[in-house]
Write a protein that binds this ligand. Structure first.
Ligand SMILES: [Zn+2]
Length: 188
């Protein structure tokens, strides 16, 4: 997998309007998330609808609470490993919300300003699929190649950058297995 001009090659694009400019143009970290819509259910196009402001609040009782949210991520990795990209990496997607991170000696806020947001389709407690780890590893390698400021130490999670509000991608996410897949990934 390669990244060209902010987009992953051969990845389906669903353009989200929920983006703006990165204030410094910096692309230097990755925030991992999880999402499932409705919660605990996989498949369907509800996540894509949410990120494009096309979620029908009547389609499920839960959706009335989120239908007005304007949110996005750069990439969604679905259960079968398919990736969907919603915004070029140079754009600021809206995934981390209020957040902070110790970056060397500096406490930084607003990770959306400089981070890439990657959503895994999941519910935090169900194991993520091997296909998802393989695809995520390929996405991360493509990002390392395209954005030298991103490296393995600059991959974090929503739970870590917004600890009082968020828990995703949750205990089901196996960081050791991700590292294993990243070593296996030979960037085909
Ligand atoms: Zn999240």
């Amino acid at each position: 997998m390669k990244c060209r001009e902010g987009w992953l090659d051969n990845v389906r694009r669903v353009v989200s309007p929920n983006v703006n400019e990165r204030p410094e143009g910096e692309v230097s970290a990755v925030v991992l998330h999880s999402i499932s819509l409705p919660p605990g259910q996989f498949g369907g196009d509800y996540i894509e609808r949410l990120f494009t402001n096309q979620l029908d609040p009547q389609a499920h009782p839960y959706f009335t609470s989120i239908a007005g949210l304007e949110v996005s991520a750069h990439v969604l990795v679905r259960r079968d490993g398919e990736c969907v990209q919603f915004a070029p990496f140079e754009a600021r997607a809206w995934h981390a919300g209020r957040s902070h991170w110790h970056d060397g000696h500096t406490l930084r806020r607003e990770l959306n300003d400089f981070a890439v947001g990657v959503e895994l389709e999941g519910d935090e407690v169900t194991p993520y699929t091997a296909a998802q780890y393989r695809s995520l590893a390929a996405v991360l390698h493509a990002l390392f190649d395209a954005y030298p400021a991103i490296n393995p130490a600059r991959i974090t999670s929503h739970a870590r950058v917004a600890p009082l509000r968020k828990t995703d991608p949750g205990p089901a996410f196996d960081w050791a297995y991700l590292r294993h897949c990243m070593c296996q990934c030979t960037d085909s």
